[in-house]
Design a binder for this molecule. Structure first.
Ligand SMILES: Cc1cc2nc3c(=O)[nH]c(=O)nc-3n(C[C@H](O)[C@H](O)[C@H](O)COP(=O)(O)OP(=O)(O)OC[C@H]3O[C@@H](n4cnc5c(N)ncnc54)[C@H](O)[C@@H]3O)c2cc1C
Length: 304
């Protein structure tokens, strides 16, 4: 790994110069505000740059990980080995042509929702208040209040781990509840949506309703990564966690929220190890109490 990394440093250093950053801490790039350093970090602005970065990592046998807005991640305290690729503003454009919308993977999902609602296009209102990028939303099949991104996506564009451009139609994405089945290492650069014309004021009213519902349910002003566990079939993870006595349970700087048991919050200085230990404890307690193994929704990444 050490020699493959120095090869990567040479290759990417030649292409990106000082934009290639070594030992970049990731905590400030995650909504949990937790996470150690990436060995190498690069922010790319075009599909060609993305292809070059992934291609160089592949050629040098260096693992590559795409970081979106970091709102669904628990990054190890030891950080991430290899290359972390981040998509920059150049890949955040939103283009609208009739009911067809193309959004760069780095666009903020919330901005996309606001933009299409303003244009009288329906289908993405459920996304009000879901933080993160369009690319992260696609990978997670982000959803809320009965809606999900899968329902309005027609096609995605991106780069394979080998560094080749590839487009996938909606039916090839393998959408399921809070997950997709994309080729390993595939990084999305653009997402195409087919939305429905709708009356702007009624879309706005719906978005306002959803915003109010979200505000009354979720912890605010304290770092977290949204729902920690997926809802098991026919049940709510939050209720199972509450039933198992986890609400408010604390370990070091991390705790299950007092407001919603399916959120773990960083009360200040929480370590990834603490969050992970709380998650493991919760899985065991819920299993004992109700016979259900909860499946994490938050992605646990890096070197543990
Ligand atoms: C307060 C709060 C509320 C939330 N509410 C909801 C909710 O209601 N519904 C919901 O579904 N989620 C919710 N989330 C979780 C999170 O916002 C979503 O999962 C979001 O879509 C993740 O996007 P991201 O850009 O932050 O991705 P990240 O967290 O950075 O990454 C998530 C995964 O996507 C991959 N990824 C990111 N970008 C790309 C790309 N361009 N190409 C390939 N892979 C990529 C990463 O490698 C990682 O595996 C919430 C989070 C918070 C903090």
């Amino acid at each position: 790994m050490a020699s493959s990394m120095s090869m990567l440093e040479r290759e990417l250093g030649a292409l990106f110069g000082a934009r290639l950053v070594a030992a970049r801490p990731l905590a400030d790039l995650t909504s949990f505000q937790i996470g150690g350093p990436a060995d190498y970090f690069i922010s790319v602005e075009t599909e060609n740059e993305l292809a070059a970065a992934l291609g160089a990592a592949y050629q040098t046998s260096t693992p590559a990980f795409c970081l979106g807005a970091g709102t669904n991640l628990l990054v190890s305290d030891r950080g991430v080995r290899g290359l972390v690729v981040h998509l920059g503003r150049g890949l955040a454009k939103i283009e609208i042509d009739g009911v067809r919308v193309v959004a760069g993977a780095a666009a903020q999902f919330g901005l996309l929702v606001e933009t299409v609602v303003e244009r009288g296009l329906g289908g993405l209102e459920f996304g009000e208040g879901i933080p993160g990028t369009v690319g992260g939303g696609l990978v997670m099949n982000a959803g809320a209040f009965g809606g999900e991104i899968a329902k309005v996506v027609t096609c995605i564009h991106g780069v394979t781990r080998e560094g080749a451009c590839l487009a996938l139609a909606s039916g090839e994405i393998g959408f399921a509840y809070r997950r997709t089945n994309l080729p390993p290492g595939f990084v999305i650069s653009r997402v195409e949506f087919d939305l429905a014309p709708a009356e702007r004021q009624s879309l706005k009213t719906r978005v306002d309703e959803l915003r109010a519902r979200r505000a009354s349910r979720q912890p605010r002003g304290v770092p977290n990564a949204g729902s920690v566990f997926k809802n098991p079939p026919g049940a709510f993870a939050g209720r199972l966690l509450e039933g198992a006595g986890l609400k408010g349970r604390r370990l070091g700087g991390a705790a299950f929220s007092d407001q919603h048991a399916n959120f773990i919050v960083n009360l200040g200085g929480a370590r990834a190890d603490e969050v992970r230990a709380l998650m493991e404890l919760a899985r065991i307690k819920v299993r004992e109490q109700s016979g259900v193994w909860l499946e994490p929704e938050v992605r646990i990444v890096g070197d543990w």
